[in-house]
Design a protein around this ligand. Structure first.
Ligand SMILES: NC(=O)c1ccc[n+]([C@@H]2O[C@H](COP(=O)([O-])OP(=O)(O)OC[C@H]3O[C@@H](n4cnc5c(N)ncnc54)[C@H](OP(=O)(O)O)[C@@H]3O)[C@@H](O)[C@H]2O)c1
Length: 244
């Protein structure tokens, strides 16, 4: 099985490794390899894959920018998949389509990505994950202001990136059926608690209750999974203990 993964970041690499461990051939494609989803007609240098995995990302809170990036990303992935009669597996976020989260530009972009992907491809699988254990440090790095780091108040049920990659790889190989798969970790916590537990950050965290309807939704569980989500360990504490 040939798998073309669009994106070459943390998740994309973990998905590649899990696919290879299952006997597939998997390649990463992004701007660094000459494949830009924002090109009007992205060069089709992805071989003839059986499955196209979409794991691109942009860091922005601007709704227009996020919508534009994620809609073009999913159209590009879809075009490659259709050209080769391949399946399309998209990585998304639990809760991103909830109306109360659309005030957040990034989530509005992910919701648009899902809408377009669902409308344009019949052989689509969406793996929606909760925030990763890795997200706590990623947030600190992104939200640094000198010695301080801003931590938005969020109730979360985090999951290890490696566990998400495992679910995506099972979707790729057909161990899981086409459709929508939600995946989450075992425990409900807050981004604040996760941040406080991180070793060696060198930053003083400052809690930021995000104002408005979206901020309230962040605090009151809009990012938590429903009852059908697959729950996968390790817990955040176990993950930290393992030195991940
Ligand atoms: N962080 C979380 O907790 C979390 C939770 C749930 C879901 N997710 C989702 O997981 C996905 C992957 O996130 P990640 O953290 O692995 O991302 P990442 O490490 O930031 O990697 C993003 C990748 O996108 C590629 N990319 C960016 N612009 C591109 C373009 N114009 N054309 C082609 N490729 C482009 C980049 O490669 P180049 O720079 O080489 O182009 C990069 O390899 C995202 O969609 C995110 O929403 C994240």
């Amino acid at each position: 099985m040939d798998v073309a993964i669009i994106g070459a970041g943390r998740l994309a690499k973990a998905i590649r490794d899990q696919c290879v461990a299952r006997g597939a051939t998997a390649t990463l494609h992004s701007r660094s390899t000459g494949f830009d989803v924002l090109d009007p007609e992205p060069a089709d240098r992805l071989g003839a894959p059986h499955v196209v995995v979409e794991a691109t990302d942009v860091f922005t809170q601007n709704a227009n920018r996020a919508r534009q990036f994620f809609s073009r990303s999913t159209r590009a992935a879809n075009a490659v998949a259709r050209a080769h009669g391949a399946r399309h597996v998209l990585v998304s976020i639990v809760g991103c389509t909830r109306p109360e989260l659309q005030g957040n530009g990034y989530y509005a972009g992910k919701a648009e990505q899902e809408r377009i992907a669902l409308a344009e491809h019949e052989r689509l699988t969406i793996v929606r994950s909760t925030q990763w254990h890795e997200f706590a440090r990623q947030n600190l790095d992104r939200m640094r202001l000198g010695p301080l780091a801003v931590v938005p108040s969020m109730t979360v049920q985090p999951v290890a990136l490696a566990s998400v990659a495992d679910v995506v790889a099972r979707c790729v190989t057909g161990e899981l059926p086409e459709g929508i798969h939600d995946v989450a970790g075992p425990e409900v916590t807050t981004l604040w608690e996760m941040t406080k537990a991180l070793p060696g950050t060198g930053a003083l965290p400052v809690a930021l209750p995000v104002p408005g309807r979206t901020g309230k939704a962040f605090r009151h569980g809009a990012l938590l999974p429903g009852p059908d989500a697959e729950i996968l360990g390790p817990t955040f504490g176990e993950w930290l203990m393992a030195g991940a």
